[in-house]
Design a protein around this ligand. Structure first.
Ligand SMILES: [Zn+2]
Length: 393
């Protein structure tokens, strides 16, 4: 960042945000009439949200197929199965209803319903072959029912190939429009609220810290960090606090978008490696488990940027940049404890310190831009040290 940075704001989605906006789908003109609803199933079905959506769109639909096989850390197999069903039924519009996993699966299905081969052909990460898609994905309407990934406002689908233990992001123009309704998040249990909101906070913080940051992304990142820092504990403590849910959804939406004005950091690549190796690690949980070790190392090298983050959040305390940075990280640690995320331990997921070098190798294999977009270039020894420290806790 030179201070006079250029940037590209390229989020090709119409985002509608606010309490009750899901109802507007009834009146909206849809970009197709042969619909596939992609969802995680159980909870959303049980609380009636899938039925509610079907009722809202059925008069306009020629056909509605429900694909409800999405699971956490969505898989390539599930995307390819959904895409085959979409082809068979000549689907022309995909609706993703659920958390980041449902939206990312829906993105993958929308792309693979009209393109040949495997989704892995269209990513340059991991063992992907980096081809360009011959056809634009089917139009996708995203309806998030969680607040965390911000997937509705960005171009990436994060998918895991369980056979190769690779979790990677595939990027293209996926989302046609999104309805972000904080009321849909009221029933999320506290642990998930905390983990998902923590992910959103990391999107904002990492985008602020990145070399790709610019005045526009700083504005968005600061607003997202402030909203989540203030309101996420309230949403965890009382799930039916609609004011807290509103601001957490807002922070999540900003986090999804700001990644595309700036970038995530190496922390996200490390996390994708962890949950790629062990899908029982949730994305937000994985980020929480490496958070202290990662940011201690980065702040040691670029304290000034952490001091600026503290100022942007209005919580700067200390006489020097180093002191302000240390204070900020200690505040973040307490905040993480208040969210209940300090209870998560990397070693409880089967990882051991002697695997650190192998995990660094896997991190490079997962690859992607975020590994090179921090203001300090992490060496392999640094990454191994971060993982060992995270495993010591
Ligand atoms: Zn994330």
């Amino acid at each position: 960042m030179s201070g006079l940075d250029s940037f590209l704001f390229d989020i090709p989605a119409r985002l509608r945000f606010g309490c009750g906006v899901m109802d507007e789908i009834q009146k909206a003109s849809l970009p197709g009439s042969r619909l596939m609803i992609v969802t995680g199933g159980k909870t959303i079905r049980a609380n009636g949200t899938v039925d509610r959506l079907v009722k809202m769109v059925e008069r306009k639909a020629e056909t509605i197929v429900i694909f409800d096989e999405v699971r956490a850390n969505p898989t390539l197999a599930s995307v390819m199965k959904g895409a085959a069903i979409a082809r068979e039924n000549q689907i022309d519009c995909v609706i993703g209803l659920g958390g980041g996993s449902a939206l990312d699966t829906a993105k993958g299905i929308a792309a693979m319903a009209v393109n040949e081969g495997s989704l892995w052909d269209y990513t340059a990460s991991g063992s992907g072959s980096g081809k360009s898609m011959a056809h634009k994905p089917l139009p996708l309407i995203a309806i998030p029912t969680t607040a965390g990934t911000g997937s509705e406002g960005n171009k990436t689908a994060v998918i895991t190939d369980t056979e190769r233990n690779e979790k990677i992001g595939v990027r293209t123009d996926f989302v046609h429009s999104a309805y972000i309704d904080p009321e849909l998040t009221l029933s999320i249990p506290p642990q998930h609220t905390a983990e998902q909101g923590f992910d959103a906070f990391c999107h904002c913080l990492e985008a602020f810290l990145s070399v790709k940051a610019n005045p526009f992304s700083d504005m968005m990142a600061a607003a997202g960090m402030k909203a989540l820092y203030r309101w996420l504990p309230a949403a965890v403590e009382n799930g039916s606090d609609i004011e807290a849910r509103y601001w957490v959804s807002y922070g999540s939406m900003l986090g999804g978008m700001v990644l595309y004005l700036s970038s995530a950091s190496a922390a996200h690549t490390l996390e994708h490696m962890l949950s790629g190796l062990n899908p029982a690690v949730s994305h937000g949980g994985g980020l929480a488990m490496i958070f202290d070790a990662f940011h201690a190392k980065l702040a040691e090298n670029v304290p000034q940027r952490y001091a600026q983050a503290a100022e942007a959040m209005g919580i700067a305390e200390g006489a020097s940049e180093t002191e302000i940075a240390e204070h900020l990280l200690s505040d973040f640690h307490q905040w993480k404890s208040r969210l209940g995320l300090d209870r998560l331990r990397l070693r409880d997921y089967g990882f051991t310190p002697d695997q650190a070098e192998e995990m660094v190798r896997m991190t490079h294999w997962v690859g992607g831009g975020p590994l090179t977009r921090d203001r300090y270039r992490f060496s392999d020894d640094d990454l191994a040290e971060i993982l060992r420290k995270a495993l010591e806790v």
